[in-house]
Structure formats: C-alpha cells, structure tokens
Design a protein around this ligand. Structure first.
Ligand code: UD1
Ligand code: PEP
Length: 426
C-alpha cells in the first residue's frame, strides 16, 4: 500500500497547475450516457474516481477512451446494460449519478446503493424521492435501487422537486433526468455549487433547456433527444483551496494556474482574515504567506455553496493547528467528518471535539507540530495530514493514501514542483 513520506519545514514557491474538478468530471461522465452521439470531455483529472467511473460505464457497454492530455471520448451508442453493480460502486459515492441518465434514456436502471463512507451515512432517499416524483417506480432490494418507468410510459415526466436538504449529487441526478423528461421540471432548494453550473452548461451544449443553474431554483424544459458535445471540465476549487491552505501554512509565494478565485470566496476571505495575502491574478490565484506561526487561527461553519465548503474543513483545520490563537470549527454537512482530528493530535495539534464542533488551539510561535506516522481515513482528511506534515518538524508518513488518490491529481508531484520534500513510498 502506498504511503507519503514528508520532511516538513520548507516554504513553497512557484506555480501549480490546478486540474479539472473531480466533482464536475464524475457527473459529466454520467451525462455522456444521455446520448447515443460521441461526447468529448477535456481537462478530465487523473484520479482513481475517474478510473472507477470509466470502468463502471464501460461495464455497461459504453466505449470510453482516455488520452494522456486529459481528453476523454465517450460513445454510449451501444450501451446495453443499464446497471451499476456493487463491486464497481463500493469505493465511490458518485456512482449514484448513473441513476438519472440511465432512467431518462433507457426507462430502467439498476444501481447499487453506494457503500458506507467514513464521513457519514450519506443516504440516497432524496434521489429516490425526486425520481419517483418524475414518475419512476423504484424499489430498493438486495442493496440495489431498481427503477423503471410505469407500463406504457416512454419518458419520465417533469415535476416540481423540493428536496428536504440541499444535495449536490441529488440536484445533478435530477438535472440529467429532467433534461430528457416530458415537460417542465422545477428544482427548488437546488444546490448552487460551481460543479452544478458546469454540468448544466454541458447539458445545454448537448441541447438541454435549462435556466437558473447557479441559483436555488432551476427550471428544465425536457427535450426528446440530446446530442453530443465537447465540454471542458471546470477547475477544481477544492484542489486549489487545498494548495492555498498548504502555502499559507508553510509560507511562500505560489500561483495556482487555472484556479478560480470566484469559486472560493468563503475560503479566501478566511485566509485573508488569517493574514495570508491571496489575490486573483490573470489566469489564476496567487497566495503569499509568512507561514502558519504568523497567522491567526480562524473559525468557520461549513455550509452549502457559496458558504465554507465541507470539503475544505479538514485542510483549513490543519492551518488553524499551526496558527496563533483559538478557533471554533463547526461541521454542519456530514455527521462524522472529524476523522483527521485524532491523526492531527498525533502530530502534536491541540484540538477538542464535542459533537459537530471542534476547538483548535493553534501551536503558533510557541511550538511546532512534530512529524509522526499518521493514517489517512478519507479524502480530505488525507489532504489535511499532508498539510500538517509539510509544516511539522522531522518526518511524517501518511499511510493509506489511496483515499488521496481518489481525488487529487498527482498531489505529491505538484507539491514537489513548488519545493516540498515529499515522496511516495511503497
Ligand atoms: C461527487 C460529489 O459531488 N461529492 C460531493 C457532494 O456529495 P453528495 O452529493 O453525496 O452530498 P450531498 O450534497 O448530497 O449531501 C448533503 C447532505 O445531505 C444528506 N443527504 C443527501 C442526499 C440524500 O438523498 N439524503 C441525505 O440525507 C447527506 O447525508 C449530507 O448530510 O457534495 C458534498 C457536500 O458538498 C461534498 O462533500 C462531496 O464532495
Ligand atoms: C466527500 C468527497 O467526495 P465524494 O462525495 O466523492 O465522497 C470529497 O470530494 O471531499
């Protein structure tokens, strides 16, 4: 099993290229199932989750080719098996995104309930509720969602869908299903994440009629058929945010090429309040910092976009650990997303957790984290341990980095490129 070996204490300088977003690429690979025409996606990141999604759609009979430059060509004209089996979905939540497109184009889908997840229980009741509102008959049997259209129906029917909470993949599933449904669908309480807008833009390029994406009410007029398109995956705001925290914590001066500052307002505001200098520059974001010990720890609450993203909570917490002062962090989206805390404690961090609230006392100028062997428990927890390791004295070994590989494109190579002492060991 691969591990990362980090020798901390180096400032970071130079440029990093931000990859395409995992959370846009995954729904967009599924959106390609909505048409029999070829679809080309550009800027697809090299991630384990992307490989898993390609395996999943190939298993359905779809032709999918990935080139080294991040181009993925998908031809779903011969899709013969509208199924997502457990074996292929157990490592990746996003596989639930196959449900909407399969049901919309083929009138049937059998999709395994995704496996359990370290960060919370993550039910799919809202996905089922929305598809049922569009007329699908869905049962959950033997761990599978088995969905079909009622006898005599050829398409889903547009509906008003108001979800109990804001759900990102739920909104994406409804968008894709509604694009081919009969009549109008209105999504209330829709997620507003940039990845939703990116998916909507791709669907519009395929001939879908969508208005209001990027707001909490999205209107979709269903069309009978969608055609192929070429679409460029939006830059990964969470990868960019992770590098911003890393540079702020270690100190240095780095430009994140293709980074979108306008997608990271909440995180950038907190970094500035902490004392880092973060600026939108042409074609990217520049961060300059004198390092964690000079920064002031910042509290925040995770919320849906445009609030502070839950996917940045662990990384910002690592920064708080090395800053000065005390900060309170509240996780409101997932019930078990403080798995990194015990590992950060092993590096000498001072954190107390009570339910969904963590209080971090930064070690600041009074001390430093000290390297140790730590275990990655989920994707962003892994990233927070890498950031802590980059600042800690001595050697840090981050074990179980297959979590990291699920969602970061060559993280250690990118960090090495800006001066970090980090290597992958087997
Ligand atoms: C592939 C992808 O895009 N993943 C992102 C997506 O996950 P994902 O789309 O799975 O997360 P959701 O937005 O759906 O989850 C938000 C909350 O709603 C709950 N919920 C959701 C659906 C449902 O049917 N029932 C239910 O109770 C979840 O348990 C969670 O507490 O958004 C999360 C929240 O920004 C991010 O952390 C993930 O990186
Ligand atoms: C939780 C995440 O992803 P997923 O929904 O794919 O598990 C994440 O990207 O931080």
């Amino acid at each position: 099993m691969d591990k990362l070996l980090i020798r901390g204490g180096r400032a970071l300088h130079g440029e990093v290229l931000v990859s395409g977003a995992k959370n846009a690429a995954l729904p967009e690979l599924c959106a390609a199932l909505l048409t029999a025409d070829p679809v080309t996606l550009l800027n697809v990141p090299r991630l384990q989750d992307v490989s898993t999604m390609l395996k999943l759609i190939r298993n359905m009979g779809v032709a999918a080719e990935r080139a080294d430059d991040g181009t993925v060509r998908i031809d779903a004209s011969a899709l013969s098996t509208p199924e997502a089996p457990y074996e292929l979905v157990k490592t990746m939540r996003a596989s639930v995104l196959a449900l909407g497109p399969l049901l919309a184009r083929f009138g049937e889908a059998t999709v395994s309930l995704p496996g359990g997840c370290a960060i919370g229980s993550r039910p799919v009741d809202q996905h089922i509720k929305g598809m049922a509102a569009m007329g699908a008959e869905i049962v959950v049997e033997h761990g599978y969602m088995i969905a079909k259209l009622p006898t005599g129906w050829t398409r889903l029917k547009g509906a008003r869908i108001t979800t109990d909470m804001v759900t990102v993949t739920g909104t994406e599933n409804f968008l894709m299903a509604a694009a081919l449904a009969e009549g109008e669908t209105v999504l209330e309480n829709a997620a507003q994440e940039p990845e939703i807008s990116d998916l909507a833009e791709m669907l519009i390029a395929m001939g879908a009629k969508i208005e209001g994406h990027g707001t909490s009410r999205i209107r979709i007029q269903g069309v009978e058929k969608l055609h192929g398109c070429t679409h460029r995956v939006v830059a990964d705001r969470i990868e960019a945010g992770t590098f911003l925290c890393a540079v702020a914590a270690t100190g240095g001066d780095v430009v994140l090429r293709h980074g979108r500052a306008d997608h990271l307002d909440a995180v950038i505001d907190k970094l500035r309040e902490a004392g880092a200098d973060v600026q939108a520059v042409e074609g990217g974001i520049r961060v300059q910092s004198a390092g964690g010990a000079t920064l002031k720890a910042q509290g925040f609450r995770t919320t849906e976009y445009p609030g502070f993203p839950t996917d940045m909570q662990a990384q910002f917490m690592a920064l708080d650990c090395v800053a000065q002062g005390t900060a309170t962090v509240t996780e409101t989206i997932f019930e078990n997303r403080f798995m990194h805390v015990n590992e950060l404690l092993r590096l000498g961090a001072k954190i107390q957790v009570d339910g969904k609230v963590a209080v971090i006392e930064g070690v600041g100028t009074a001390g430093r984290l000290s390297g140790a062997t730590v275990m990655a428990t989920d994707l962003r927890a892994s990233a927070s341990l890498v950031i802590a390791g980059l600042v800690a004295t001595g050697e840090t070994v981050v074990d179980r980095i297959y979590h990291l590989d699920r969602g970061y494109d060559c993280m250690e190579a990118k960090l090495r490129g800006i001066g970090a002492d980090i290597e992958r060991i087997r």
